[in-house]
Design a protein around this ligand. Structure first.
Ligand SMILES: [Zn+2]
Ligand SMILES: [Zn+2]
Length: 280
């Protein structure tokens, strides 16, 4: 299968507010997103299409044609207040999950029969996105940071071997990183909140796990790394083991940046990355 992606941007205001809930309930669930006049974002939309290659053009679809078609859809959203100026959010909240599903419907309907929409990923900010591929589940991800010291040193290796394998990372007093963790969950969108997961609860859950590592020396202060080296591989597996039971089957993917150049992903024991699993 061949996939082609084009990126789009639009800016819009929105507000999370259910008129059938009390002000207290709205504020409790939606926080500042419930403020009376709304706020806004610069959204980024990645549109991925798939289909057979046209042997004459060597393309699935002319990207210029895709650009025109998606831009026409986004005109209704760009520089608008999503609740007030579009017809799509009277019955549902303009959450990232709901917006991406509305966009799916509008874009899929306009594609020529030779191309098929494979997925849409909508970034509300650079560290929060929702993805939809036409299935029952919607995917939602958010990034978190924590800072920790560590030393790469394996009790199963001699001091000489440790130094040879880990080099600078074997420094006896340790070194450290600001780690970035992307947590991806998936599930049906709650019709009341328009969310796959209560964002406040998700933040609380992830922070409760990360705060134990934050500003600590992993090898010296975290029991899990007293007996195994604190490689990013072991850290991301440790985080999965801590987070998965708290997400009740919704955790899909963890992505850990040790530095901007070293990235480690884990999808749980035995599971392949989503794009491999769905063969897309
Ligand atoms: Zn917002
Ligand atoms: Zn390191």
């Amino acid at each position: 299968m061949i996939y082609a992606t084009r990126r789009f941007e639009f800016s819009a205001a929105h507000r999370y507010w259910r008129s059938d809930w009390s002000a207290e309930e709205n504020e409790r669930v939606f926080g500042p997103c419930a403020y009376p006049y709304g706020h806004g974002h610069n959204y980024t939309l990645d549109v991925t299409i798939t289909g057979d290659l046209d042997p004459r053009t060597g393309m699935v679809m002319n990207m210029t044609e895709l650009k025109a078609l998606v831009s026409e859809v986004l005109e209704e959203f760009d520089h608008k207040h999503l609740n007030e100026d579009t017809p799509y959010f009277c019955e549902q909240l303009p959450t990232t999950e709901n917006i991406v599903r509305v966009l799916w419907r509008l874009i899929a309907a306009r594609l020529p029969h030779t191309a098929r929409l494979a997925r849409l990923r909508l970034y509300e900010t650079s560290d929060l996105w929702a993805e939809y591929d036409g299935a029952e589940e919607t995917t939602f991800a958010r990034m978190y940071a924590f800072s920790a010291a560590h030393r790469l040193h394996s009790p199963l290796l001699s001091d000489k071997e440790n130094l040879a394998i880990y080099g600078k990372c074997n420094n006896p007093n340790g070194h450290g990183h600001t780690y970035t963790l992307e947590v991806t969950v998936a599930g049906p969108v709650d019709p009341e909140t328009g969310m796959v997961i209560d964002l406040t609860a998700m933040d609380r859950t992830v922070r409760s796990v990360l705060d134990r590592l934050d500003y600590r020396h992993l090898d010296r202060e975290i029991a899990a790394f007293a007996t195994q080296p604190s490689t990013a591989e072991n850290i991301v597996i440790y985080l999965w083991q801590e987070l998965a039971p708290r997400f009740e089957g919704r955790l899909r993917h963890l992505k850990l940046w040790e530095t901007r150049k070293n990235v480690f992903e884990y999808t749980g024991p035995g599971a392949a990355l989503p794009h491999t699993r769905h063969n897309r």
